[in-house]
Design a protein around this ligand. Sequence first.
Ligand SMILES: [Zn+2]
Length: 356
Amino acid sequence: MKYRLFPALLLFVAMGFTLQQDDEAALQKRAQRLHDRIISIDTHTDTALELIKPDVDPEKVQAGFAKLRAGRVDCCFYPIFVGQGPLDEAAEANVFAATVDKMESIRAYILARPREAAIALTAKDIERNKKRHKLSLVMGLENAYPIGRELSRVKVFYELGTRIITLCHNYDNDVCDASRYPEKTWGGLSPFGKELVREMNRLGILVDCSHASTQTLQDCLEISTAPVICSHSCVYAIKDHPRNLTDDEIRAIAAKGGVIQVTTGRWALSWLPHAEVNIGTFCDHVEYIRRLVGVEYVGIGTDFDGGGGMNGLEDASKMKDITVELMRRGWTDRELALFWGGNFLRVMRAVENAKK
Ligand SMILES: [Zn+2]
């Protein structure tokens, strides 16, 4: 009896395994087909600074063109990150000149590859580039430090293609207070910071409150005539890190029509050791925001080449695996289309309309 059951059991296990393989192959296929139709956007990387280094091997960076294409990413943000320096006019003027140089260099890098990619200035540009099978790159600035207290510099960055400014990094600057710096110099936005937000609204530049303090975020939500976003931030209720967003902050961003772009660095995702943090952990943050405020208010900003990435998502070439994981969790194509780019494009259009 025992011997007759054994082959049957083997057959049963083998069938189960084949079914699972079929499921997996079907999911991969469904994900590929979905990415043909939708627009996927990564709203934060530090890749620009890597690509403009002399003798760079673009294959070695986390979000170079080839890896973005392999991962089915249609649009990637290439802001220039600026570390915080002393708050004096001379230092700010120097860093402004250096930042303009860097932005010109990354523009030249992209413009030298017109068959592969283009700089996108509007939501429409991103949609058009997708149809032409071109990667969209969006210019930006991470840390308003180089602006100093010279409002005219905002226009210079705008003319270079900047469509997003992350107001600060890890320290307070002339514009606002940062989340990780205890000083809280201004108690939110400085008087100049308020002028800056109005100028960004006027020009059509997105206000990015990743790295900003709670009061800075609240001030921006109050002053800005357009929705405000966090381009690379996670959920505080899952990991109580000062850079992450509390439920109240998430609700306030959503209430103004903005979007929370979840980041992929282990530092933001979990206190667990590296080996235990993976795409599932990232999706837990995404699903938390979906449950709290709705699927219309969540997206992704990887922070590749700036601390982003983890097990299973080592670089942009793996991005499609997020789609597969969310499909496993029952996400519909409509929800995935919103998460990958629909939500962010809504915000970008709102910023463009507020300008009008
Ligand atoms: Zn950052």
